[in-house]
Design a protein around this ligand. Sequence first.
Ligand SMILES: [Zn+2]
Length: 386
Amino acid sequence: MAIPSSQRQLKRINESIVLHAIRQQAPISRAALADYTGLSPQTLTNVVRRFMEEGLLKETGTAGTGGRGRNRVQLELRDEGAYAIGFCMERDSLSKALVDLRGHVIHYQCEEVPAQEPPLQTMDRMIAYASSILKGAEHASIRDKIVGVGIGTPGPIDYVRGEVVSPPDYEAWSRIPIRDHLHGELGCPVVIDNSSTVAAIGEHWAGRWGTDSFLYAYWGMGIGGGLVAGDEIYRGQSGNAVELGHIIVESNGRPCLCGGYGCLEAYASIPALLHEASAYGDFRDIRQLVQAAKPGTVFMEIVSRAAGYMAQAMVTAVNLLDVDLIVLGGDHFHLAEEIFLPVLRERVEAQPLRARVAQVRIGVSALKQEAGAIGAASLVFHELLL
Ligand SMILES: [Zn+2]
């Protein structure tokens, strides 16, 4: 007999609660898990049994001799229980990774790929990488445990149809059905999301912040964001929530790639900084510019001003969302961190109204250039395991 959809949904919700709890609290005993989730012992037993059978969980610690001793058996995720392949498209690169269930990187590659490359060519790069893992000999032992492929793409996206929809600067990417194309070529499940959202999912999946709600802010060639609210990813109505880079920081300001004026991205992204600095010197990349940004120089002024714009947008975001943690990340953020962080901390910890109630923490992602690809792989676990 088919299970009614409401029951299936309930089962899925219970499984999701248990897996989230184990991910965040592990190692955790069954008794502690019952307390933490509030699920009945019978439900919990069923869910844990299913995950054990699928090889996603393992027991650690010692089994006691009855009574309370049983609690010494702890549950945790089995790193090698499942794997996923993740891709993340940035404006100048494509990163690719094979990641295990706990977000450890088994293999990682990043190559320079310009946004202007024809979509078929970029997708061929992804197909070649995934095929080498799914069909090659090197990873033969884990092939059966690969749950699927996740892709972080530039936004906007059509989340329901799995399409990339004309992102600024990506001229040829007009309604490209990337999800179905890769699924057709690879034959395994494929999921997509905005690259900043996948980075936020990566942070959340790694579970290192000890909270179930935070704002992720991506800084790099573009500026983006992702919101994790109460253990869920907030995507908005069309799957394009938290476009931090397009918060307006100057009315009637500089033109932005989105077609608007005065957006944060036009003032504080790497291309914006390099463009501004080019009037005073010749800089190949942000590393060179930050090195030249010594106290008292025009370059320090340029980078500090960008940090101020970033802070302005973060204050707006905190006022809007009432989050108590902002995690900053992106391949290049560590280069500018020393100049950005003090400005952000000073403004964001004091200025939003909620700061009168409780402080807003600012953290920096420990995941550097791998963040996007790890996040894209985590998206697979997030969407397909539950
Ligand atoms: Zn814009």
